[in-house]
Design a protein around this ligand. Structure first.
Ligand code: GLU
Length: 546
């Protein structure tokens, strides 16, 4: 067989040789890692994408390397308009910007094009060279041929696929190929596998550890009938040319890893290191058993869910880090104030088995993350979130920014900050009572307090903005004593029969009147923010309602 002639017949339009495709060597410090995200622009970005991207980003930036974006748009059927924008927006909204690659304004970096659909000539140049060397060949088998072959394999209880005697186009004479080409029969290009399932290859995965995988014996498709490569071939060519040193991808690719290793070897290229990440699982609410997160059943799989529900981006990242590295939580406890990126992330601490996603745990993490933010940061985030998601609340929230910020500052800072907020949407129920427009009081009194006592306490209470916390507490004690409540909780506990209740009940009456609820942040601070007039109006309203 004259392979050069065959290559010319198949790729007359390809005039380049592999040597003509040259990129500069990456100038990076020793040990620097180059990682990439290779999402497809299907319009749907999921939590698994972010999970992998966080690994990529940390590996690259922790080592002084590069994290780049490649758009894997070889499947036109699955592509949606605006898909690339969705990808770029998703990662930048989580604070994981790319150093290089596809952007909305075009390519950034010296290793492009970064969209696979623009790389057809590059792939075909390498495929042509494989054909010239007898390492790849055209296959004209139709869907029906392949289905019939599968039936035959099933009946004979043999392995499925295109290999051995089933690889019917592998050694066909030129006349047969020419006849099909003359008829215009569509064809794919297959890689001629020299592998055998009798052989095992050793692989050391950064996540899964040492393993043995079976060599590939299938003549897999590398170029589809439209001249576009399959994932396998595009992965090998792109990650080689773009200088990727670590490929982080879902464990669903482990099954075809032997194909990729085989292709790297055939091309004479060094394969990158691989980190195959475990699937994200959850406990199914109905069955109580573990299952994969599903697009249909679990809204939390979509990345858009988090922004819309008001999860702060840093909370989602911190939570994913707790899933990724088992020692992260311990580090966080020891370093509550450090930025997450100070944590020494390592693939060695990643679990090879499924990561269990738990939204309640995410909320707990988020409470901690928000509790460490400044009032200013919370204000800015809620301002932005509510503008898009709750315009009515937004108008009140920004009406008096200083007052709002002062409220958000209550219980913030210090060793034990309040942890009321997990989502930006929690801010409204947390502070709505501050705004008369949203104030819907529940005047249910504590058990020990009669309406009469409550009314008396309220009418005798005089708020003074100049009071220190001690002055305020002294006022509460005086009111307690006057109305038959213990001034100290301790005294009440020792002799409950002697009192109606204790000082806590008295301050609860004030809280119920001013905040319209039993749960609210420090009342003295709240009243100072409200000011005398609003406090008095609240007190009067409560007296009238009781
Ligand atoms: N386009 C592939 C996917 O979306 C990328 C896998 C990889 O990172 O290699 O699954």
């Amino acid at each position: 067989m004259d392979y050069n002639l065959l290559a010319e017949k198949l790729f007359p339009h390809i005039t380049k040789q592999p040597e003509d495709i040259q990129y500069p060597a990456r100038e990076l410090p020793e040990g620097a890692k180059v990682t990439r995200m290779g999402p497809s622009p299907t319009g749907f970005m999921h939590l698994g994408n972010l999970y992998g991207a966080l690994v990529d980003e940390r590996l690259a930036h922790q080592s002084g390397g590069v994290f780049y974006l490649r758009i894997e748009d070889t499947d036109k059927k699955r592509e949606v308009e605006g898909g690339v924008q969705t990808i770029i927006d998703a990662f930048s909204s989580f604070g994981l910007p790319f150093d290089e690659g596809a952007t909305l304004e075009g390519d950034r970096g010296a290793y492009g094009p970064y969209r696979q659909s623009e790389r057809a000539e590059i792939y075909q140049t390498f495929v042509k060279s494989l054909v010239q060397r007898g390492m790849a060949y055209p296959c004209f088998a139709t869907e029906e041929d392949l289905a019939a072959m599968r039936e035959q394999q099933e009946a004979a209880k043999e392995n499925f696929g295109y290999y051995g005697k089933y690889a019917v186009w592998r050694d066909r004479p030129m006349e047969d190929i020419e006849a099909e080409l003359a008829k215009g029969t569509p064809y794919v290009i297959r890689f001629r596998s020299e592998g055998s399932i009798e052989h095992k290859i050793k692989h050391e995965d950064l996540v899964k550890g040492k393993m043995e995988v079976t060599e590939n014996d299938q003549d897999i498709v590398i170029l589809k009938s439209d001249g576009i490569p399959t994932y396998h071939f595009a992965h090998v060519v792109d990650d080689h040319l773009m200088g990727t040193t670590v490929v982080v991808r879902g464990e669903e690719w482990l099954a075809t890893l032997p194909v990729h290793l085989q292709l790297f070897r055939a091309m004479g290229w060094k394969a990158p290191k691989y980190a195959h990440t475990a699937q994200l699982m959850k406990i199914d609410e109905e069955t109580g058993s573990k299952r994969k997160l599903s697009k249909r059943k679990d809204p939390e799989l979509a990345l858009t869910f988090y922004k819309q529900q008001g999860y702060p981006a840093p909370s989602v990242l911190e939570y994913l880090m707790t899933l990724l590295n088992s020692n992260f939580e311990e580090w966080r406890r020891a370093n509550p104030d450090k930025p997450m990126n100070d944590f020494p992330f390592s693939t060695k601490k990643m679990s090879g088995s499924g990561a269990l996603f738990d939204i309640d745990k995410l909320k707990d993490v988020s409470k901690n993350v928000i509790s460490r933010m400044t009032a200013e940061e919370v204000y800015d985030a809620v301002e932005e979130w509510s503008r898009e998601n709750d315009p009515e609340f937004h108008a009140l929230f920004v009406r008096d920014p200083e007052q709002t910020r002062a409220f958000l500052a209550i219980g913030r800072g210090g060793k034990k900050p309040r942890k009321d907020l997990a989502l930006w949407s929690d801010v409204k129920p947390y502070m709505d009572f501050l705004f008369d427009e949203l104030f819907q009081p529940d005047y249910t009194l504590p058990e020990h307090v009669s309406k009469e006592d409550a009314k008396a306490i309220l009418s005798e209470f005089v708020f003074d903005a100049a009071d220190t916390p001690d002055d305020f507490f002294a006022k509460m004690k005086a009111l307690a004593e006057k109305h038959g409540f213990a001034a100290e909780t301790k005294a009440y506990k020792q002799d409950p029969e002697q009192y109606k209740g204790h000082v806590g009940d008295v301050s609860m009456v004030i809280r119920i009147a001013v905040a319209g609820r039993q749960n609210a942040p420090d009342m003295q601070s709240v009243m100072q923010i409200m000011g005398r007039e609003q406090v008095q109006a609240r007190v009067d309203r409560c007296i009238a309602a009781l």
